[in-house]
Every structure is written in structure tokens, then in C-alpha cells.
Design a protein around this ligand. Structure first.
Ligand SMILES: Nc1ncnc2c1ncn2[C@@H]1O[C@H](COP(=O)(O)OP(=O)(O)O)[C@@H](O)[C@H]1O
Ligand SMILES: [Mg+2]
Length: 354
């Protein structure tokens, strides 16, 4: 049925099948089973099955057009499902939509703010909709404004907000009232790096204290590494891999990266360059020279079994002999794994805008 499906994706399907059969969906914060969406003949989301653990932050990665937003829109009741279902505790998305929605927060990819309200007014509105007791609203709203760093903009109308502040407010609206599960669709896109770190800290604090589970999509691998304990890479509406970040790195990692910089006055000396090349080939057979530019050589060491510490010690010992100014050794990055899978995404208008 599922051709070439990754074993971890199959195992997750089996695990969820068992939970459903044993009536134990409530052991997870969110259970998604065979979630599917067709737009006429286009299958945008293809039988996604997943359990998000309580308190977990789960990352959904995929290039534009992979089906992430469509998945969120179905899980928040914004879009009809073609097939499948989802559960939060005893509530089913199909049968108990209203109760299901009471337990979720949603930060959509494209902000949905009311232009004429200020940030504080919008937060008050959402706090009331969420049923926060009237006596606690002022305090709760102030707390979230500070956490998300909107103090200087809370009294401005949202149509005067910058893109980054609109994003921050959308995120605060998703989080207010501590729903059991929050869906964050590219929550920090367009936000500067300093504010982004503050938001990561705020999210971690809220998640740890309230116990909410988070599902987020992002194009920032750094964000994924900072926040997510597990992730899945989505291609053409299907999961292509699923698991913890370190686990995926060791499973799909393809060797390591070595970048060498020659001493400035030797950078263009052909003897020095060819000595270095011979040395790398001898010590790390099978290495591929990816780039060479002004005395900077970029190697891909393909042999997975060579530990980074070994590469370090060999390069350190040869530093003077090879005339190295500096060198860098690094692990496979999450980005490399992401790119490996993303290559098979079908080409659509969106995927050209990665
Ligand atoms: N309302 C819609 N009508 C038709 N096709 C759609 C609609 N929304 C999304 N799609 C298509 O579904 C696919 C997945 O889109 P989307 O879920 O937005 O991906 P992502 O969020 O991963 O970038 C794309 O090919 C997109 O063109
Ligand atoms: Mg999207």
C-alpha cells in the first residue's frame, strides 16, 4: 500500500492503530489518523498519522506546497477533511468539532487580525472567547504581552503593526488561555533574530508550565532544533521521516563536513593546495571536494564511521605541515537531511518560492 515508506513512519501508524483499537487516544495530547485532503484531483495531504505526546513540541517540516498549512487548517476545523480523523482526549474532530476547537490554539500562516482593534483589545476578546474568568483577564493579557514583547505596541491598532508585530500578536492569541494543543504555522517568519529568541524562550516557558503540546511548522532549522523534540519531514502530503532530531541525524546523516582555510600567503600556492588534497584523500578516503575558492577548501567526508574527534585530531596534528590558518569540522546538519527529502517535492507555484 505505502511504497517505500520509511519504517519509523510505519511504526507510528501501527502505534496509533493500537491506541485507537485499545481506546487509549487520551494518552496522547493529539492523535491524527489517516488525515487526507484532496483539492479536486490534487492530494495535498495523504493519510497522515501521528500522535503528539503531552507537553511535546512537534515540528512539521516541508518546503512550500508540501501540505503543512492544509494539515493545520483541517485540524483546526477551518477546512473539511476528505478522510481520516483526529482526537484530543475524548473529543473527535469529526463528531465533536466545537469541543475539539475549545482545546486548541491556532496561529495561522497568514495573520487574521481585526484592523480596528488594538493588540490589547484583541487579546481581551480572545481571553473572553476562551472563557478566562473576568477577574483574571487583565492579568493574563498583561502577562502574555510582556512574554511576547509587545509592551510598546499593545495600545496601537493592529493595522499600524509591522509584519513582525502582527506575527507576535497572532502567536499570543494562539497561546492565551493555555489550550491543550497549539498549532503554530511559521510563527516567527519575518521576526528579527533577537525577538525570535525571546519568543522561543516564552514558548518554552509557557509549554513547560502549562503542559500544552505544540505542533509547529518552520523554515528555520535552528528554530526546529531549539524547540522540537520530534519532527517529521513532509513531502507531497506524506511523512518521509519521523523521529527525534539526533535520531534522524544518525539515521540519515551522510558523513561530515570539513572546511579548511590555508594561510593567506599560501592560498594560491599550487604545491600547498595539492599537498592538502593528497593528505585529505589519504586520511579520509572517498572524500569529495565540493568547493575550492581562494585557499578555502570545502570537503564532504562521506565515510559515516569516522568520528568527528578523529577528524579533529588528524587536522590539528597536520595544521603546521599543511599551512592551515584554520579549519572547521561539523556533523551532518538538519538542513542537509531536509534538502535530501525536499528534492522529491512536486513542483508547484509555491515551491518555487522557498
Ligand atoms: N484552497 C486550495 N485549493 C486548491 N489547492 C490548494 C488549496 N490550498 C492549498 N492547495 C494546494 O495544496 C498543496 C499544499 O499546500 P499547503 O498546505 O499550503 O502547503 P504548505 O503549507 O506546506 O506550503 C499545494 O499544492 C497547494 O497549491
Ligand atoms: Mg503553509
Amino acid at each position: 500500500m505505502y511504497v517505500d515508506q520509511d519504517v519509523d513512519v510505519t511504526q507510528e501508524q501501527d502505534r496509533i492503530e493500537d491506541l485507537l483499537q485499545q481506546g487509549q487516544v487520551a494518552s496522547e495530547a493529539l492523535v491524527v489518523t489517516k488525515l487526507t485532503k484532496y483539492f479536486s484531483t490534487l492530494c495535498a495531504v495523504d493519510r497522515l498519522t501521528l500522535g503528539v505526546h503531552k507537553k511535546e513540541c512537534f515540528g512539521l517540516l516541508g518546503i512550500n506546497g508540501a501540505g503543512k498549512t492544509t494539515t493545520f487548517r483541517m485540524l483546526t476545523g477551518d477546512l473539511m477533511l476528505t478522510d481520516g480523523n483526529a482526537y484530543i482526549g475524548e473529543y473527535s474532530l469529526r463528531q465533536d468539532l466545537k469541543s475539539f476547537q475549545e482545546h486548541i490554539g491556532y496561529c495561522p500562516q497568514f495573520d487574521a487580525l481585526i484592523d480596528k482593534l488594538t493588540g490589547r483589545e484583541m487579546l481581551y476578546l480572545f481571553a473572553r472567547l476562551r472563557g478566562i474568568p473576568e477577574t483574571q483577564i487583565g492579568h493574563t493579557v498583561q502577562e502574555i504581552i510582556e512574554m511576547i514583547d509587545l509592551q510598546h505596541h499593545a495600545e496601537k491598532r493592529t493595522d499600524k503593526y509591522s509584519g513582525g508585530n502582527r506575527r507576535k500578536l497572532s502567536l499570543a492569541l494562539a497561546l492565551i488561555g493555555n489550550p491543550a494543543v497549539v498549532f503554530l504555522d511559521e510563527p516567527t517568519s519575518g521576526i528579527d533574530p533577537i525577538a525570535r529568541r525571546k519568543i522561543w524562550t516564552a514558548l518554552e516557558t509557557i509549554r513547560a508550565s502549562s503542559g500544552m503540546a505544540v505542533v509547529l511548522t518552520t523554515h528555520s532549522m535552528e528554530e526546529c532544533e531549539a524547540l522540537c523534540s520530534r519532527l517529521a519531514i513532509m513531502v507531497n502530503g506524506q511523512f518521509r521521516c519521523l523521529g527525534g532530531i539526533q535520531y534522524l541525524k544518525s539515521k540519515f546523516g551522510q558523513g561530515s563536513t570539513l572546511i579548511v582555510k590555508l594561510e593567506r600567503d599560501k592560498a594560491l600556492d599550487n604545491n600547498v593546495v595539492s599537498n592538502l588534497q593528497e593528505f585529505v584523500q589519504k586520511e579520509f578516503p572517498g572524500s569529495v571536494l565540493k568547493d575550492i575558492h581562494q585557499g578555502m577548501l570545502h570537503y564532504h567526508i562521506t565515510d559515516n564511521s569516522i568520528p568527528l574527534s578523529h577528524i579533529f585530531s588528524i587536522m590539528e596534528d597536520a595544521r603546521q605541515k599543511l599551512h592551515l590558518e584554520d579549519y572547521l569540522v561539523s556533523d551532518t546538519t538538519l538542513e542537509q537531511i531536509f534538502l535530501t527529502f525536499a528534492k522529491s517535492q512536486r513542483i508547484t507555484a509555491e515551491s518555487n518560492f522557498v
